[in-house]
Design a protein around this ligand. Structure first.
Ligand code: 9MR
Length: 343
């Protein structure tokens, strides 16, 4: 009421000024609200930020290449190391850690105001040789120590960690990795609890591929996440890698994200790439982006590389920038879908 009474006591001249200023502010707000072009962002990161999301890229050691770095700087608001934070890179021999690649990326991200996804603490692939030979309790201790030291090293600097990667088969059974065979079903839960103790603030994710709809594999992961949530096992997010093709069937893609989100976890598209070209490729990118922005708890999308040139699927030209860093049709589709979520 103070505000109202002081306005009532204001001399006429001031009242007029207030009214004119208020009308101006209203007109500006109206222009923003009714003119989508006035607020459409022209970068992926900027467009995603309008609805509170990040748009990231996997980064390989090409930051010295001017076009690579300028594209990454300009377009992406999140980064993940394509390989540098994996077990073989970070602990090449027992309890001897090597963080240089990951540290460089984290320093780059800090300098450029980008968030960081951590990939990945435990995976059946890219294990150093010494881990592959371990059995029983020695493997359990090695896994716990690895998580504790790596997540501990980066504590407070990682937005989301892929704690466990690719632990299920297509039919929904557990992948028969060394971890599964040596440690039994409890190893995934053990990994999440250990990660929580090492970095209590990061979102802790389970990450997998082939989960691009409702199928036997995503059903099994869904049951695991539901069980973890019910028993208080610390899991905060599920990553959907989404290595796709131009003819991928995305009929239940959004519905699948939504059912996970309904368990109270965030969902993230973590390794998106789509083999193909032109409109067919752009349409798949559009559908994935639209699905994410339609799900409130889908808080970010990461593409698995900056340019086709360095993609692990380079022959299939699966990314948003071509070999010469030109924007592809798929880029426009993603940008428009992100912008439409903002209005
Ligand atoms: O893109 C990564 C490639 O450079 C590595 O050689 C490969 C090793 O297995 O891993 C690739 O990234 C994978 C990611 O870590 C997990 N999901 C599948 C990705 C593509 O293979």
């Amino acid at each position: 009421m103070t505000h109202g009474s002081s306005r009532r006591r204001a001399p006429r001249r001031t009242r007029t000024a207030i009214t004119v200023a208020a009308a101006g502010a209203l007109a500006a707000a109206a222009a923003l609200a009714f003119s989508p072009t006035a607020q459409a962002a022209d970068t992926l990161g900027g467009a995603a930020a309008q609805s509170g999301r990040y748009f990231g890229a996997a980064v390989a050691p090409h930051l010295g290449e001017a076009d690579y770095e300028s594209t990454l700087n300009r377009e992406f608001s999140s980064v993940v190391a394509e390989n540098a934070m994996k077990w073989d890179a970070t602990e090449p021999s027992p309890n001897q850690f090597s963080f240089s690649g990951g540290d460089e990326l984290v320093a780059y991200a800090k300098e450029h105001g980008k968030s960081v996804r951590g990939h990945t603490l435990v995976w059946h692939a890219q294990q150093p040789g010494w881990v592959q030979g371990l059995t029983g309790d020695a493997l359990r201790q090695a896994m716990r120590n690895h998580i504790t030291k790596v997540a501990g090293h980066y504590t407070g600097q990682i937005d989301s960690w892929d704690v466990v990667n690719e632990a299920f088969e297509w039919d929904g059974s557990r992948r028969q990795s060394n971890l599964q065979k040596q440690l039994g079903d409890g190893w995934i839960e053990d990994a999440f609890r250990t990660a929580k103790a090492a970095d209590p603030k990061a979102k802790l994710c389970y990450n997998d591929y082939g989960t691009d709809g409702i199928n036997a594999k995503s059903d099994a992961i869904y049951r695991m996440v539901k069980d973890f949530r019910a028993r208080g096992v610390p899991i905060d997010c599920v990553g959907f890698q989404s290595h796709l093709a131009s003819n991928s069937d995305l009929g239940t893609y959004r519905q699948n994200l939504q059912r996970f989100a309904d368990l109270g976890v965030h969902v993230q598209i973590t390794e998106l790439d789509v083999g193909g070209s032109g409109t067919a490729q752009a349409n798949v990118y559009r559908q994935v982006t639209q699905a994410c922005v339609a799900v409130a708890r889908c808080n970010g999308i990461t593409v698995w590389g900056v340019t086709d040139k360095y993609s692990w699927r380079a022959q299939e030209t699966p990314l948003l920038f071509n070999d010469s860093y030109q924007k592809k049709e798929a880029y426009g589709a993603v940008l428009a879908a992100l912008n439409s979520a903002a209005s």
